[in-house]
Design a protein around this ligand. Structure first.
Ligand code: FAD
Length: 229
């Protein structure tokens, strides 16, 4: 099936938010947190890449949050798409979805790894989910805190949701958390081992967080992760 780009906008340097529609469907069914695979013939080769859907199910539309990998193949192609252009897609797949919505949850992300959490949180908080949920979100600079306005609004509206941004290269005006997500893992856990921890982003961060969680006594079933590379 084909997805048609409705619009896109830059939300940070080299990061765009895309809204697509699948005209041949009335509803695109998926679980918040799943990804869509997009394909195109580029330079004589068939290229397919996975992208976490950044929005909860809504008719036949879906949203993506994409980083432009400077020397990449597919992401620069998607950045060049104009409204009305279409791209081939496969139906959403994946197991990076909320497992136990009644457990406390810690969600750890860097960069565009926040995309599936946006979908999960819009859905879960929108349905009145009440488990203690912390999003520990790392970026280098303040503009890289993608969807910050929305996430701060979630925090104001939902007493059980806690947004913990952290910057590894803050400027002098930043008064929030500093350092990588790893630096704040223990305070986010707060001694708890009876929670589910979700981790999403590039392999190095995901593997490091998983190792730390295991050494803090979490069982592998409590650690749900998605690696982007
Ligand atoms: C399940 C899954 C979900 C994904 N969801 C997203 C998403 O929501 N948003 C998104 O931007 N990417 C996402 N990715 C990564 C995406 O599939 C591509 O790998 C990425 O767009 C690079 O493709 P490319 O062809 O431009 O680069 P390639 O030519 O394939 O080059 C790959 C290089 O890009 C690096 N890379 C991969 N992803 C990223 C990234 N996000 N940021 C920085 N460097 C990266 C890799 O380490 C590698 O060095 C996801 C990957 C998987 C497996």
């Amino acid at each position: 099936m084909n997805a048609v780009l409705l619009h896109s906008r830059e939300i940070a340097p080299q990061v765009k938010h895309f809204v697509f529609e699948v005209p041949e469907l009335e509803r695109l069914d998926f679980m918040p947190g799943q990804f869509a695979s997009l394909s195109a013939d580029l330079g004589g080769r068939r290229i397919t890449r996975a992208y976490s859907i950044a929005s909860p199910p809504s008719g036949n539309c879906f949203e993506l949050c994409l980083n432009r990998v400077a020397d990449g193949i597919f992401s620069p192609y998607l950045f060049r798409l104009q409204p009305g252009d279409s791209v081939e897609m496969q139906p959403p797949l994946g197991f990076f979805t909320l497992r136990n919505p009644d457990h406390d949850m810690l969600m750890v992300a860097t960069g565009t790894g926040v995309a599936p959490y946006r979908a999960m949180l819009m859905d879960y908080l929108g349905r009145g989910g009440k488990s203690q949920t912390t999003l520990l979100f790392g970026a280098r600079y303040e503009p890289g805190l993608l969807y910050r306005v929305e996430l701060e609004a979630f925090e104001r509206r939902h007493a059980t949701f806690h947004f913990w941004p952290t910057l590894s290269r803050p400027d002098s005006a930043w008064t929030g958390r500093i350092g990588h997500v790893q630096a704040h893992l223990d305070s986010a856990l707060d001694g708890r081992t009876n929670l589910d921890v979700y981790v999403c982003g590039l392999k190095a961060m995901v593997d490091d967080i998983r190792a730390r969680l295991k050494s803090r006594g979490l069982d592998r079933k409590q650690i749900i992760y998605e690696k982007y590379d």
